[in-house]
Ligand binder design. Structure first.
Ligand SMILES: [Zn+2]
Length: 74
């Protein structure tokens, strides 16, 4: 199954900002739009990253999404 990461922004930041502050990244299934696996609805305009970033420790990832994603990964 395909997954990608979507940004949740810190309070006061929005995807329209020039340099928005990302609070954490959630895992989404592309066919579910901007709804994270943990159930949080994200801004449809939020940034998308490759799920390959998960596990690198380079970006903060939602723990709930991480656990659910692990369960779906081979
Ligand atoms: Zn999440």
């Amino acid at each position: 199954m395909e997954h990608e990461l979507r940004a949740e922004y810190a309070a006061g930041s929005s995807p329209a900002d020039e340099d928005p502050a990302v609070k954490t990244w959630h895992v989404v299934r592309p066919e579910e739009g901007a709804r994270a696996m943990c159930g949080r609805d994200l801004d449809p305009a939020s940034a998308v990253r490759s799920v390959d970033l998960w596990g690198t420790g380079k970006v903060p990832i939602c723990h709930s999404c991480g656990a659910l994603f692990l369960r779906e990964s081979p």
